[in-house]
Write a protein that binds this ligand. Structure first.
Ligand code: NAP
Ligand code: MG
Length: 496
């Protein structure tokens, strides 16, 4: 991936980029059956990028029939595992060949900086696909102890037809976290990207065909919430993996219950606590990490460290370091490789974050930011914003999903853990201290799916499961545990 491209290069490339705007069903790109489309605009400057197929009932039916047919025929599920691995690796290789194009598509579609999409979004997606491809032929079953007159085996089988509904903050990466393990496990899949960011998913579908993924095994149905709702109600879908908001997660769970009790896996929101104790070994590093934890990707990160808890004796010194560190996150033109942050995803998200900032100005003390930036006309650029507040304010409790940090002072370890855990969410937490005993106590007592100690956002590696406690969801993406979501365990008992 070339790192020395400048903004002129990326702007030039974006003018001749061909964007696929059709759905991908049964191995072919197709328009929506009713011919309906929706506009996809770039958050960078508001310019329209494409009119994308709006999939409705007939299209969803076609996609489900294609996925179901492919699964029943067994051309994918029954492949020798190493052949499935070879196809998935070929797909990853094609994505790597097209990495620059995919990074540009993702930046144009989401307004996130090209430095991130070239270094994080696209390489991490490819790595995820490779990781699960490599896992396919290493899966083993069990032969439990039993009566010697019998032989019993426990094996994994694909669930069948999986639907993946994903958000817009890391469009390709969140999609890959779902389709890579689901396809590796032998399922057929229907992907519903967010209407705000469907382009990378549509592009990689053609690469899937080129790699040899059989017809019907991988389908993409662009659309809106209604398209997702139809999937959640469909009786021929066996499993639905969702990343997004708690409100939609609840609706999906209800719809699953009202239809065929499809398995539902939810990766939802967060309000993760980043706790800095007075004996934090390196305040400068902790301040840099605290700023990155909440301002990267314009704060549109489910595991963002959006609550910073600082022990009172060092609060003044730490906040001074933090204000300094936060200045690195002033947004710039997303197509300029030196920009560290870019635009929020759209007007609605911008308005939502602005409302929280106005609320914060009333109920808390503004320490930094709170204003717009004019990085590129037509986009939605916000300054990194920091409030000092107490733990009960709305700004300190609710997920903002924007570049807004709440700083809360505390007295002792027990207070910090009580505040951290007094949240409906439990996605991630971090703890900074030099005291091994305190580290051990905190990491055990923090109710979160990931706990970072003396770091933040590190090792988001395929080897570690990622997901939430409490209302941050159920099930885990990444790691071998992700296969649990997409496979059934079967006990076979043979009388010998
Ligand atoms: P969202 O509004 O819940 O949307 C997520 C997906 O669901 C989108 O594809 C959306 O389609 C679709 N959808 C909307 N209404 C639906 C319905 N009634 N039935 C089925 N699907 C429906 O969330 P978002 O605003 O895109 O993303 C932000 C949220 O995601 C935040 O809460 C964030 O914390 C969470 N998130 C969590 C993780 C994690 O791993 N835990 C990662 C990233 C984001 P349209 O967009 O087309 O309406
Ligand atoms: Mg978009």
């Amino acid at each position: 991936m070339p790192q020395l491209r400048d903004a002129v290069y990326w702007r030039g490339r974006s003018t001749d980029l061909v964007m696929e705007a059709r759905a991908f069903i049964a191995g072919a790109y197709v328009g929506a059956s009713e011919g309906e489309t929706f506009a996809v605009c770039s958050p960078i400057d508001g310019r329209e990028l494409a009119q994308v197929a709006l999939c409705r009932g007939t299209d969803v039916e076609r996609a489900v029939a294609a996925a179901r047919g492919a699964f029943e025929r067994g051309g994918w599920a029954d492949l020798v595992p190493r052949q499935r691995k070879a196809v998935l690796l070929r797909w990853a290789a094609l994505m790597r060949e097209h990495a620059e194009e995919l990074a540009l598509l993702e930046t144009l579609d989401t307004g996130k900086p090209i430095a991130d999409t070239t270094a994080v979004d696209i390489p991490s997606s490819i790595y995820c696909l490779e990781w699960f491809a490599e896992l396919v032929d290493k899966v083993t079953g069990e032969v439990p102890a039993c009566d010697p007159q019998f032989l019993g085996t426990v094996t994994r089988e694909p669930v069948g037809v999986v639907a993946a509904i994903v958000p817009w903050n890391y469009p390709l990466l969140m999609a890959t976290w779902k389709f890579a393990p689901a396809l590796a496990a032998g399922n057929s899949l229907i992907l519903k990207p967010s209407e705000k960011s469907p382009l990378s998913a549509l592009r990689i579908a053609g690469l899937a065909r080129e790699a040899g993924i059989p017809e019907g095994v991988f389908n993409v149905v662009p659309g809106d919430g209604e398209t997702g709702r139809l999937l959640s109600l469909h009786p021929q879908i066996d499993c639905l993996a969702f990343t997004g908001s708690g409100a939609v997660g609840r609706q999906i769970s209800r719809n699953a219950a009202d239809s065929n009790l499809k398995r539902v896996w939810l990766e939802l929101g967060g309000k993760s606590a980043n706790i800095v104790m007075a004996d934090c070994p390196d305040l400068r590093r902790a301040a840099d990490a605290a700023a990155a934890a909440v301002f990267s990707n314009m704060g549109q990160v489910c595991s963002a460290g959006s609550r910073l808890l600082v022990q009172r004796p060092i609060a003044g010194a730490f906040i001074a370091e933090l204000l300094e560190a936060a200045r690195a996150y002033l947004p710039g033109d997303p197509l300029d490789p030196t920009s560290v942050t870019g635009s929020l995803i759209d007007e609605a998200q911008y308005q939502r974050v602005r409302q929280y900032i106005e609320l914060g100005k009333r109920e808390a003390r503004l320490l930094l930011g709170g204003e717009d930036c004019a990085a590129v006309p037509g986009g939605h650029y916000l300054q990194p914003t920091i409030f000092a507040t107490d733990a009960t304010s709305r700004i300190a409790r609710e997920e903002v999903f924007g570049p807004v940090l709440s700083v809360i002072e505390f007295d002792g370890l027990d207070d910090a853990i009580a505040v951290a855990n007094a949240s409906e969410y439990g996605l991630a937490a971090a703890f900074w201290s030099a005291d091994l005993g305190a580290i051990r106590r905190a990491s055990r007592r923090l109710r979160a799916g990931t706990v970072w100690v003396n770091c933040y956002d590190e090792l988001l590696d395929m080897n570690f499961p990622f997901g939430g406690f409490k209302e941050s969801g159920n099930g885990r993406d990444n790691s071998v545990h992700a296969l649990d979501k997409y496979s059934e365990l079967k006990s076979t008992i043979i009388r010998c």
